[in-house]
Design a protein around this ligand. Sequence first.
Ligand code: F6P
Length: 324
Amino acid sequence: MHKKNIALLTSGGDAPGMNACIRAIVRTAIQNDFQVFGILNGYEGLIDNHFKKLESRSVGNIIHRGGTILKSSRSQRFTTKEGRKQAYQNLKENDIEILIVLGGDGTFKGATAFTTEYHDISIIGIPCTIDNDLFGTDFTIGFNSAVQTAVELIDKIRDTANALGRLFFVEVMGRDVGAIALTAGLAAGAEDILIPEIKTDLNELSQKLKQCKHKESFIVVVAEGDDAGGVLEIAASFKKMHPEYDVKTLVLGHLLRGGNPTATDRILASRLGVASVDAILNGEKNGMIGIKNDKISITALKQCQKHFLTINKEWNHLLKLLSF
Ligand code: F6P
């Protein structure tokens, strides 16, 4: 019997756990008699026809590795009809009608445009981004690892801040969502946390730090998308208001994308990877696999766009009580 083909790719910002997910997809698909093709460099590789047959052994010894063995890209060409047409032709030439894409909101925007234009190709999305900013899932693959890395780095900053009685403004990634900053800030016992979801008022920050004047050090975690700008602007403004503080700044940046995925992300990645093949076997089309209340879910791809953080009452309570 002719084996059906599945292709998969990783797109956009890499996320720890992508490799664990690739591993789960490849092994589950092969066990269900699919032939599996990896597409290198994300949508760029799809347009350039960089397809590579994958076997079970192709994904050995990668569950623990950050990054993505398939490499990734942010493809401007895939945002054009011509680019997507070339991608479609390559899929057809390789006799592939099912594509699994691992990525974030930009990736699913492109996938939605593609499936609107080409109805004989089904795309199954898997949420892989450290930002945790996607509608359709409680958690994205990579978020837990990025938070853990941020907490470990902020703990290190605390040591030297205590030694010299300093105030550190520490910027974390997350694009325009404050999920990493809020979670890592609370876990690291930051004196304050500045996120795009709550308007930043430096006078309020002053008041909060005044309440902590008995402390040996001060750490303020700032989401890169904060409404008051990045740490350099915020620290400069704060220093003018309070020359009495010894102020330092630090941008954790791409450190949060690296490193081995946590066990939590490896399990999430494995669950969503297996579920993506199960969805294909069940005839699902153009959906994103997610996790909701710890249950596997599938949501129409076109709904899986940017989802902004809602600070629920409990988180607000924690913020007010514990972040100083
Ligand atoms: O979307 C993931 C992310 O790491 C964001 O948090 C960050 O703003 C962006 O990617 C950085 O993009 P790049 O790696 O292309 O600089």
